[in-house]
Design a protein around this ligand. Structure first.
Ligand code: BMX
Ligand code: ZN
Length: 289
């Protein structure tokens, strides 16, 4: 029987059946951003098939600790602190799920069968509503005792930055996430825009938009270099709506060539694309059994 895989992001929830590394019957809906975990469960129940699956696996934005979900940045997903996601899913589907952070799940999928195959230390970054990161070190997926491992989106991109939803100032996520691009674009272009509008303005030659994207790229590449200095990352894979926007990965690569040579590492697109979180969670659920 396939694994029922669920990916809860800051903007959308995706559900699919995963078997043997492939994804079928993918459905998605907007994430209810009401601040109530029970509303997430209701949205999931609406998308899910009635049965016919052997296990349930959940990848979710936010910090996962013992099956409970807490937002590190409530602006990425508002939710009660320590929402008992695993037990709520178990109640809805009658089976205890595996629950893992979305970027950690995607990192595992890419390491096992995608862009990170065969490397020693690997990092997957999703540049999306927020900025997520999953780390595989010496072949082991890192989550840490409190689930915080890999939250590089909340390392500091520079002094004097704005207040992040996590409570720190100047986090990478405040300059390079989809949320940040929309905010900076709206402030500086003088009209309300979303992240894709900033990209199309830049493509159309708007210098303000071009600068916003260049700063995001610069912040990310320096974040990669910091992480490389910490755990000697062999390869970076990129996913997420912003990360996979046309030209973005190429811009990261070009900018990374300005780094001292020892910090330059391959930067590639996630092979599983938007399905990496679903696949990784399903694979981790299979491993657990
Ligand atoms: C935030 C944080 C991470 C997550 C990342 C990407 C929350 C709710 N989420 O940094 O756990 O991995 O965003 O999330 O604090 P996405 O929703 O953009 O995929
Ligand atoms: Zn932060």
């Amino acid at each position: 029987l396939p694994v029922l895989a669920i990916d809860i992001g800051g903007s959308k929830i995706a559900i699919a059946e995963v078997s043997g590394g492939s994804v079928a019957n993918r459905r998605q809906a907007p994430t209810p951003r009401t601040g109530r975990g029970d509303d997430l469960i209701a949205a999931i129940a609406e998308l899910a098939p009635d049965g016919g699956f052997g296990a349930v696996a959940v990848a979710t934005t936010g910090i996962v600790r013992d099956g409970a979900l807490t937002a590190l940045n409530p602006q990425t997903l508002p939710i009660e602190d320590g929402y008992p996601l695993a037990s709520a899913i178990e109640r809805a589907f009658g089976t205890p799920p595996l629950v893992v952070n979305d970027a950690q799940a995607a990192a595992w999928a890419e390491f096992t069968l995608g862009a990170g195959k065969g490397v020693r230390n690997f990092a997957f970054f999703t540049v999306s509503t927020g900025i997520g990161c999953g780390l595989v070190v010496d072949g082991r997926l890192e989550s840490g005792a409190t689930g915080l491992a890999g939250h590089v989106g909340h390392t500091r991109s520079g002094p004097g930055g704005i207040l992040c939803g996590c409570g720190r100032h100047g986090c990478l996520e405040t300059v390079a996430s989809g949320t940040a691009l929309a905010r900076l674009g709206s402030e500086r272009l003088g009209r309300k825009v979303a992240a894709p509008d900033v990209f199309s303005a830049a493509t159309g030659g708007n210098s303000v938009a071009t600068k916003i994207i260049a700063s995001a790229v610069d912040a990310l590449v320096n974040g990669f270099a910091d992480l490389t200095a910490s755990v000697d990352v062999d390869c970076f894979a990129i996913g997420g709506g912003v990360g996979l926007a046309p030209g973005f990965i190429e811009a990261l690569r070009v900018r990374s060539l300005d780094l001292p040579r020892i910090f330059q590492r391959p930067i590639v697109a996630a092979q599983a694309g938007a399905d990496a979180g679903l696949l990784g969670a399903a694979m981790l659920a299979r491993l657990r059994r």
